[in-house]
Ligand binder design. Structure first.
Ligand code: COS
Length: 379
């Protein structure tokens, strides 16, 4: 077995690491305060091609394998989570349904713009009464002439306020359950689309989570993604990859927490010596390192399987549960090692503590993912 990453992937890793250290991390607290990524920084991310990592070359992206996308996510997670969230929707949940189910014309219309970072995507599945039980959604899409008319409300939509195109799941045939759900590419300018409430969240500042309202929203028939009734399966495939790359994000966060906590432990002196000398502190650091090692191998193995075209529903769920729960534990230890300072606003560990909490919820709660794993095991 060869675990070596290809040269070009290592080069990508180094480039992103430098960018994070020089350009993103120094403004992470400013972004936190202002709750927005400065336009100039988003433009730099676009210039580096970060919005098109997953989009195939023929549509203007870099078409990187999932393994390389995980490397990028890992590196981008060594700073404020809003940066990788902005990039992540275009590389994953915001573009993938168009890639899977869009006509050639739709792909040519949207994907190059998304790869260039000029068009942001969003993924609109969740509704006030359909989150974990995703197929219970209530938004409807009725074909009238050459247009679908969408009615309903989506909520908790990442980047929904800045997205130019939303992937929207809606019911086209209520009698068919999940097989009556279809997916659509809905432009923000289509008649009847509006942004509702912008949520106030515990963390992930700099990235907005919003409500999208569809009132007799007219969508051209050709913006149907896949065939009628294929929307739920498309959404599930999108989420499989999203969950896998999220494990890579959790890994990057744990690595950053290890670095911050090790530095703190080596420099903070109590009773005449650094706290790193204490076994209680060492074991917290060690447990973080053990989890990072295990997550790295499991996540990259699952990514390798996905690159080989295998279905990774179970593996993606496993690595997301394992990595995000370990990341929450690591953040808790990091705050503990930093003591009172770790509880103060303006410290990175305090921000990680809040931001990482969401990872056990979005793109599948730990509980739903355990249910998916159990189903696959006893199927
Ligand atoms: N890949 C491909 N197809 C999939 C799939 C996947 N990962 N998961 C389900 N499907 C298919 C099933 O095979 C089934 O098709 P067939 O009958 O042809 O076999 C169809 O989709 C319906 O699946 P299922 O019967 O499992 O539907 P359920 O309503 O029971 O789905 C789960 C249950 C838990 C899988 C689903 O509701 C889910 O993932 N919920 C979490 C949603 C989520 O993550 N939300 C977060 C917000 S989005 S950012």
């Amino acid at each position: 077995m060869d675990f070596t990453l290809p040269e070009e992937v290592l080069a990508l890793r180094d480039t992103i690491r430098r960018f994070v250290e020089r350009e993103l991390d120094p403004i992470s607290e400013q972004v936190e305060e202002e709750d927005r990524i400065p336009d100039g920084v988003a433009a730099k991310m676009a210039d580096m091609g970060l919005f098109g990592l997953a989009i195939p070359e023929e549509y203007g992206g870099q078409g990187l394998p999932v393994v390389a996308q995980c490397v990028a996510n890992e590196e981008l997670s060594r700073t404020n989570a809003c940066f990788r969230t902005r990039i992540g929707t275009n590389n994953g949940i915001g573009s993938m349904a168009i890639l899977i189910g869009g006509s050639e014309e739709l792909k040519r219309k949207y994907l190059p713009e998304m790869a260039a970072g000029r068009l942001i995507g969003s993924f609109a599945l969740t509704e006030p009464n359909a989150g974990s039980d995703a197929s219970r959604l209530q938004t409807t899409a009725e074909l009238k002439g050459d247009k679908y008319v969408i009615n309903g409300v989506k909520h908790f939509i990442t980047n929904g306020d800045i997205a130019g195109v939303h992937t929207v799941m809606a019911i086209t045939d209520k009698s068919k359950g999940p097989k009556g759900i279809s997916a659509f590419a809905v432009e923000k300018g289509f008649p009847g689309v509006s942004v509702g409430t912008i949520e106030k969240k515990m963390g992930l500042r700099g990235s907005h989570t919003v409500e999208l309202v569809f009132e007799d929203c007219e969508v051209p028939r050709e913006n149907l993604l896949g065939r009628e009734g294929e929307g739920f399966k498309i959404a599930m495939k999108v989420l499989d990859k999203g969950r896998l790359t999220m494990a890579a994000c959790a890994l990057g966060a744990i690595e950053k927490l290890i670095a911050l906590s090790t530095e703190q432990a080596k420099t903070r002196v109590t009773f005449g010596e650094p706290i790193a000398k204490r076994q209680a502190i060492q074991w917290m650091l060690v447990d973080m390192a053990i989890s990072a090692y295990a997550i790295r191998h499991a996540t990259y193995h699952a990514a390798w399987k996905l690159d080989r075209g295998e279905r990774v529903t179970k593996e993606a769920a496993m690595v997301k549960v394992f990595a995000t729960e370990a990341a929450n534990k690591a953040a808790d230890s990091a705050v503990q090692i930093h003591g009172g300072m770790g509880y103060m606003k303006g410290t990175a560990v305090e921000r990680y503590y809040r931001d990482l909490r969401l990872m056990r919820i979005y793109e599948g709660t730990s509980e739903i993912l355990r249910m998916i794993i159990a189903r696959e095991m006893i199927a």
